[in-house]
Design a protein around this ligand. Structure first.
Ligand code: HEM
Ligand code: HEM
Length: 182
């Protein structure tokens, strides 16, 4: 499998970024939705710390992914795919990139405005974005974190649905070339 993307398929790094970030977001969403309902125990504090550390890791991976992707080409779109579908797919990808950037950023922002600690896997302090407690932006950042997450969920239904439609109805290479096709 080539390192760089070609006309017929995605390079190994694009695929590694896509699937590692997708899996981490699934894990992260499960932790996020579970932890907010937990009773105030030491376990809750540990799970919050884990959510924040994984979230910062996702943010770093997304930044690396975007930097790498800017140097890459896109494989050719399937022959005969209508123009509006190509446009819609590209626009959706752009919005997905925006969301996977904005969701961890809003979490970090909320955490900063709450003046809560953020130590990456117990290893080093991640700096505050607000420089301390901010009662005005704290609820806004939380609302943004929650809302953008649900927007992502809705768009992912479309994204995954489109991938499965390409694979099972159109029987083209769109899903295969993101998975195993050389
Ligand atoms: C892609 C990355 C992330 C995803 C998918 C994600 C997802 C979520 C979800 C689904 C919730 C539960 C929301 C609710 O129902 O109230 C949540 C809560 C939370 N997230 Fe994230 N998150 C991410 C990154 C981060 C980061 C980087 C931080 C901080 C550094 C963070 C801090 C928090 C905090 C503090 C809460 C609890 C909010 C509360 O007290 O209600 N998240 N997150
Ligand atoms: C959190 C989950 C996911 C996110 C954030 C996400 C995001 C993205 C983004 C941003 C792209 C555009 C790639 C680029 O142009 O650089 C993409 C491509 C793709 N994704 Fe996902 N994805 C997720 C999950 C999935 C899943 C579960 C599937 C399959 C069932 C899937 C199938 C695909 C396929 C086939 C492409 C390539 C489309 C093409 O060649 O035009 N994705 N994804």
């Amino acid at each position: 499998m080539p390192l760089r993307s070609t006309d017929s398929g995605w390079g190994v790094l694009v695929r590694a970024f896509h699937w590692s970030i997708a899996i981490l977001i699934l894990v992260q969403a499960t932790i996020g939705l579970t932890m907010v309902g937990m009773g105030l125990t030491p376990a809750k504090v540990r799970v919050f710390a884990l959510h924040k550390s994984i979230g910062i890791t996702i943010l770093a991976l997304v930044l690396l992914r975007i930097a790498w992707r800017l140097t890459e080409r896109r494989p050719a779109d399937p022959a005969g795919m209508p123009r509006w579908q190509v446009r819609a797919a590209h626009a959706l990808h752009l919005v997905l990139y925006g969301l996977i950037l904005a969701i961890p950023l809003s979490g970090w922002w909320f955490n900063s405005a709450s003046n809560a600690p953020l130590v990456w896997f117990g290893w080093f302090d991640v700096p505050s974005l607000t420089g301390g407690y901010d009662p005005v932006w704290k609820p806004r950042a939380l609302l943004l974190h929650q809302t953008l997450f649900w927007v992502l969920v809705v768009l992912l239904v479309g994204h995954v649905g489109a991938a499965l439609w390409h694979h099972f109805r159109q029987r083209d290479d769109v899903l295969r070339r993101m998975l195993w096709k050389r």
